[in-house]
Ligand binder design. Sequence first.
Ligand SMILES: [Zn+2]
Length: 178
Amino acid sequence: MVFSYYKKLSTSQKSIYRKSDEIHVVPLPDGEPLRPFIVRLVSALKLEDREQIEEISRTLLAGMVGRLGIPPLRVKVLAVRPSAKWGELHGLYELGEGKVSAVITLWMRTAKHRRVVAFRAFLRTLLHEFCHHLDYHLYRLPDSFHTEGFYKRESSLFHQLLPTSEQPDLSVSKRLNY
Ligand SMILES: [Zn+2]
């Protein structure tokens, strides 16, 4: 399936889009040691501890960056999601320039009710923004589009970090999902 905005892209953008759409899986070597951080992330969100959430996110990202051999990136966890008529911003990826590394910004509270974001939504957003980093640095695409392949890569990382057999995480995330 090709998303409708494809038609509006230039020829070179279409070629980037198609390359992005073809990659479905991001094999993460030795992902097992990263899983305890997922459990820690669940409790940090439960405690609404911004600094801890940021530190765990940083560790997780550094772990993935190291395993995939790509340039490091920074992460900022802020309080309440920016919002406007278009909705709420969940996460943001900003490309690095020169010696300045790329930055991922994540928000821990929803704009509407100022409640802590559900664990799965938080992790999904973190991985989503990380997938933009992969597009530029692992796949060396000149642009990063939201293609079906992009969302599959996001899911691929999600399932490697959080195997479905690990149900305890699910129950906690349900409690956090106000
Ligand atoms: Zn995106």
